[in-house]
Design a protein. Sequence first.
Length: 307
Amino acid sequence: MRPPLLRFIPRGPTLLALGVLLGLAFPALADFARPLMPTTIFLIVLGTLLRIDGQAVIATLRRPSLSVLLPAIVMVACPLLVGIAGRALNLGPEMALAAVLAVSAPPSSGTAAVARMLGLDGAVPLVVTVLSMVLAPVTVPLLAGWFGGLEISALELALRLALLIGSAEGVAFLVRRHAAPMLAAHGEVVDGIIVMALLVFAVATMAGIRAQIAADVQAASLCLGLAFACNIGLQAAGAALLPGNLRQRLTVGLILGNRNVGLVWSALGAAASPRMALYFAATQFPIYLLPRLIEALISHNSKEAKP
């Protein structure tokens, strides 16, 4: 049975898809939610830290395949493969660079929360996301310079990431230390906050997107198709090539496919061309729409597994 706080609202993956559709249908609502994005990201990271078992995180850190190899695949191998594929498919320098930069970003801050929504392991995405954020100030500027000759400040990127993770970890530590019994008794409240923060964030990501789509439908269609192809391709590759059962493979797929593109986007600033900005915006659609399909896949697999 679902916790009382969540019983009367749609299930998490459905809510994420609804957020994207609401943001598109009501541009004023998306514009209103846009300034709330930093707060929602903080709440998503904080809530995930509070709801994931510390022992599970420690166990993940002790596995080199997850704490060393997987972050390296996420932050180095994936962008290189996307860059090679982009050139082989003749996407054009601008679109190929946009795809590489999007995949050079660390996993989305909400990936661990989405994994928990789907009944997957939340500890692995959390650990890989934090470790990838440690690598990002080194790998992102190198990849941006190598593939596009762009300059990204490693120091600015590091400070931004340190502020996000450090502040959330500090608050989580204080809450666990001084209010652990209350946290254990009212964990569904934290789940509710995470879900609502994800909904607001999904709505906010659509700010300005409807106007961009209307301004150039052909370019928007190309960006959307490429964004879905890249996300699905990375998720499928992670699920197919890496070991583990279905749930473990799907967890890795989420980590590889869903990226914190906004981090790279903001770091680029004026260096991001309008076409690149449109692609970065398009990457939000698979992040918030595909979990509903993954949920259906998990449900179908569970029914087949029953005798």
